[in-house]
Design a protein around this ligand. Structure first.
Ligand code: GDP
Length: 140
């Protein structure tokens, strides 16, 4: 399996509850290395563009409102099979369906306020990393 990069967001429900360290520890314990990180407050324009694939979904407006409701921490993670590994440690979108021990099972408040985002493919990871980080800000 090759070393790979993926993109992560610690969402506003988690920054509000001061869970950045606990969530990052879970990622590191799973074998993922944080090779870029920034705390930002997403603008509406950024959130709409980032979640553009969900534009037609009924929850799109709520999702944009939630993602702009407080600060987030955007991260680039590196490791063996990083995309799948991060998805596994995150757990299912709906915390009620997430495997015990996953970040969402443990920390998420709801299907929307579910504490973390993680890219779902290597291709999307590359696009999402480029959306938030310049190459010089990523130190592998
Ligand atoms: P993910 O890849 O597991 O994050 O899930 P999706 O790509 O399907 O959805 C993106 C994000 O939209 C999720 O992480 C949630 O924050 C939110 N979301 C997904 N499904 C729902 C829903 O049914 N209702 C609401 N309010 N938000 C949702």
């Amino acid at each position: 399996m090759a070393t790979e990069r993926t993109f992560s967001i610690i969402k506003p429900d988690a920054t509000r509850r001061n869970l950045v360290g606990k969530i990052t520890a879970r990622l590191e314990e799973a074998g993922l290395r944080v090779i870029a990180q920034r705390r930002i407050h997403m603008t509406q324009t950024q959130a709409e563009a980032f979640y553009g694939v969900h534009r037609e979904r009924p929850f799109f407006r709520d999702l944009v409102t939630f993602m702009t409701s407080g600060p987030v921490v955007v991260q680039v993670l590196e490791g063996e099979d990083a995309v799948a590994k991060n998805r596994a440690v995150m757990g299912a979108t709906d915390p009620k369906k997430a495997e015990p021990g996953t970040i969402r099972a443990e920390f998420a408040e709801s299907i929307e306020a579910n504490s973390v985002h993680g890219s779902d493919s290597a291709e999307n990871a590359a696009a999402e990393i480029a959306f938030f980080f310049a190459g010089v800000d990523i130190v592998g």
